[in-house]
Design a protein around this ligand. Structure first.
Ligand SMILES: O=C(O)CCC(=O)C(=O)O
Length: 266
C-alpha cells in the first residue's frame, strides 16, 4: 500500500536481480533516474549544501566535510524521490511490504576532498533489527576510481555483523558517523563506477569503503537513502523503534505510523 505518490516511474526487479542481490549483497540499477529528473534534484541539493556547509577542511571529520543529513527536510524533490521514488519499490521487493525511510543524507565528496572512508557496514552506524535494511546510493555525478567511487566486497554480507564493539563506543562513533573497521582480507574487493542517474543498493551487512576524490575538477555527489522494515528497532538504543517516515504498508509502532506526517503537508 502506497503512503505517498510522487508520479516518478515505478521500478520492478527481475528474478535474476533478486537472486543476484541475495548472492552478492548489492545490486547496480543503471539509469534509475533520467537527466530531466536528476538535474532539478541536484540543483536543490547543491543549494542546500551551499547554504549549510563550509569549505573542505582536512582536519575536520567525515561528517563535517562530506555529509548533509536529513536532506529530505531541505529539498522537496529529494523528499518525493525518497518517499515514493523507484527506490521504495526496490525496498519493497528486497525487504517486504512494510517499509520506512531510515536515513536520508547527501554524501558529497567534492574535488579536493581527498579523505578516504574505510571499510564498514551500514548496520554498524546503528544496528537495526531485522537485519534486512538497505542503503541506496544514487549517483548525481559520474563516479569512478579517480573521483572516489565506492568499493565493495561481493558476498561479504553473508558474514553478518563484524567489528561492532561495546555500546558506548558505538554511540561515540555514531555521533561522528565513523564506523570504519579493520578487516583481514580485501582481495576480492571491486570498484563500483556509476554514471549519473545510476544507483547501487547495498545490504546492511555488505562491507564497503571509498577512496578520496583525487580528481582535479570532478565532484562526486551521492544521494544516500536508507530503507528498513517498518518495524525495525535500534539495537544500540534499547530496541526502540527507528523513527522514520512510513512509506509502504503498516507499522506496529504508532510513532512510526505518525512520523513526519504533519511536517510535510504535500
Ligand atoms: O560515499 C562514500 O564515499 C562512502 C559512504 C558510505 O559508504 C556510507 O555512507 O555508508
Amino acid at each position: 500500500m502506497k503512503q505517498f505518490d510522487s508520479s516518478i516511474a515505478a521500478k520492478s526487479l527481475s528474478t535474476e536481480d533478486i537472486q543476484s542481490y541475495g548472492i552478492n549483497g548489492y545490486l547496480v540499477l543503471p539509469n534509475l533516474i533520467n537527466e530531466d529528473k536528476l538535474i532539478p534534484i541536484l540543483n536543490e541539493c547543491m543549494a542546500a549544501w551551499q547554504r549549510e556547509k563550509d569549505e573542505y577542511n582536512p582536519k575536520a571529520t567525515w561528517l563535517k566535510n562530506s555529509l548533509l543529513p536529513d536532506i529530505h527536510h531541505r529539498s522537496s524533490l529529494v523528499r518525493r524521490y525518497y518517499f515514493d521514488g523507484p527506490l521504495v519499490d526496490v525496498a519493497e521487493q528486497l525487504i517486504g511490504p512494510n517499509i520506512k525511510g531510515a536515513t536520508s543524507q547527501l554524501t558529497f565528496k567534492m574535488r579536493g576532498n581527498i579523505k578516504p572512508f574505510g571499510w564498514h557496514q551500514d548496520n554498524g552506524y546503528g544496528q537495526l533489527e531485522p537485519t534486512n535494511a538497505i542503503s541506496t546510493l544514487t549517483a548525481l555525478d559520474d563516479t569512478d576510481e579517480e573521483n572516489g567511487c565506492l568499493w565493495l566486497i561481493p558476498g561479504s554480507h553473508k558474514g553478518g555483523q563484524v567489528g561492532v564493539s561495546d555500546r558506548l563506543s558505538v554511540q561515540a562513533k555514531l555521533a561522528e558517523r565513523d564506523l570504519s573497521i579493520e578487516i583481514d582480507n580485501d582481495e576480492t574487493a571491486i570498484p563500483v563506477p556509476l554514471n549519473a542517474g545510476d544507483a547501487v543498493v547495498l545490504h546492511c551487512h555488505l562491507l564497503h569503503r571509498s577512496e578520496g576524490n583525487m580528481s582535479v575538477n570532478r565532484d562526486r555527489r551521492i544521494l544516500f537513502l536508507r530503507y528498513a522494515d517498518a518495524d525495525a528497532v535500534e539495537v544500540y538504543n534499547d530496541n526502540q523503534p527507528r523513527l522514520g517516515p512510513l512509506l509502504r504498508g503498516v507499522s506496529r509502532f504508532g510513532e512510526v505510523a505518525k512520523y513526519e506526517r504533519e511536517l510535510f503537508n504535500e
